[in-house]
Design a protein around this ligand. Structure first.
Ligand SMILES: Cc1cc2nc3c(=O)[nH]c(=O)nc-3n(C[C@H](O)[C@H](O)[C@H](O)COP(=O)(O)OP(=O)(O)OC[C@H]3O[C@@H](n4cnc5c(N)ncnc54)[C@H](O)[C@@H]3O)c2cc1C
Length: 304
């Protein structure tokens, strides 16, 4: 049994906001998920160290939450401490003429806007990805031919034991929707990106163009976690799913979007189990028709 009170008390005395039994459906773009035992919003590095130390002392499992835009959280919730970076971790600073340092809790949207306002190009692809900078580094987020790998020069992190460190991009093992952080479990605290000078008008035009493409192709009116599956070698997941006649197919409140078959939408009251069953159904159907295994990009977490 986790001693939540001791973690709560250390967190509060270090300036964190805490909420017990917080519904994860409020913190995920899928709007799905049961309660997290404890949600701790951490304002700075010293508070983060203190909370991590206490979690380790109490043997409490931790989960680091970004903007919850790539997650499928169990209906039974998360029996552990959900850590959300906040406060100083949202800072964005121009550190050199072409280099921005950004806290992990900043939204990709604010980083993209900051880059554009400073006449710096390279992040246009990320405009419209609803994640945090930490989540984008973790996932090596990408779109329209760009990915974080193209602009990242290094990222800083803290280990579960409290040691602070950083790694250059070359050592982050960045590949398609993958970084070293999925193995290390370290908490990303910030990242530096190097961009190129361009006119603000041109950058802004490209951002608008990408956003329009999203609006045209993606079911943005419904809760979702974006593309459910990774792109299989040589195919597009959405095309395979559509050609199996699965557009509009639903289980409970989970439905294959009729606008973009690569998305599963929550039509209102979808449970995590509905989505998992639909994922299985899609994987089985696509496999029996094309012998292609669809791998989940969305991360199922919690008590499954
Ligand atoms: C409508 C829609 C469109 C999308 N379009 C795209 C797209 O075009 N391209 C794309 O790549 N993705 C897309 N996504 C998916 C998602 O936005 C990205 O994967 C994003 O990078 C996730 O960031 P997040 O902050 O929401 O992370 P979360 O979903 O909160 O977490 C994802 C993973 O990152 C880890 N994590 C988050 N922050 C940290 C941190 N500070 N330290 C360590 N680990 C951390 C979490 O533990 C978890 O394992 C889309 C999602 C939606 C809903």
């Amino acid at each position: 049994m986790i001693n939540i009170d001791s973690i709560k008390s250390i967190a509060v005395s270090n300036g964190c906001e805490v909420k017990e039994n917080e519904k994860m459906s409020r913190l995920t773009t899928f709007k799905i998920g049961g309660e997290a035992r404890l949600l701790v919003s951490v304002p700075n590095i010293s508070a983060l160290k203190a909370v991590l130390f206490q979690c380790q002392k109490e043997n409490a499992p931790i989960f680091v939450l970004g903007k919850g835009s790539n997650l499928l959280v169990s209906d039974k919730g998360i029996d552990g401490v959900v850590i959300k970076l906040d406060g100083e971790f949202k800072r964005i600073t121009l550190v050199e003429d072409d280099t921005i340092f950004c806290g992990a809790a900043a939204s990709l949207a604010s980083l993209c806007r900051f880059a554009c306002d400073n006449g710096l190009s390279g992040l246009e692809f990320a405009w419209g990805i609803p994640g945090s900078v930490g989540g984008a580094v973790y996932m090596n987020a990408g779109a329209y031919g760009g990915e974080m790998k193209d602009v990242l020069i290094c990222s800083s992190h803290i280990g579960k034991n409290g040691e602070i460190s950083s790694l250059p991009a070359e050592e982050l093992d960045l590949s398609y929707r993958h970084s070293i952080y999925s193995e290390s479990g370290d908490i990303i605290t910030g990242a530096a990106v190097r961009l190129k000078r361009d006119s603000k008008a041109e950058i802004s035009r490209r951002m608008d163009e990408y956003m329009q493409r999203r609006r045209d192709k993606q079911p943005l009116d419904y809760p979702s976690a974006g593309s459910v599956f990774k792109r299989p070698q040589g195919y597009y997941a959405g095309t395979l799913i559509e050609s199996c006649g699965l557009k509009g197919c639903s289980i409970g409140g989970a439905q294959v979007s009729s606008k973009h078959a690569g998305f599963i939408i929550n039509t209102g009251k979808a449970s995590c189990d509905d989505v998992l069953s639909l994922i299985k159904h899609i994987q089985n159907t696509v496999y029996s028709k094309y012998a292609v295994e669809l791998e989940c990009e969305v991360k199922p977490i919690g008590i499954l």
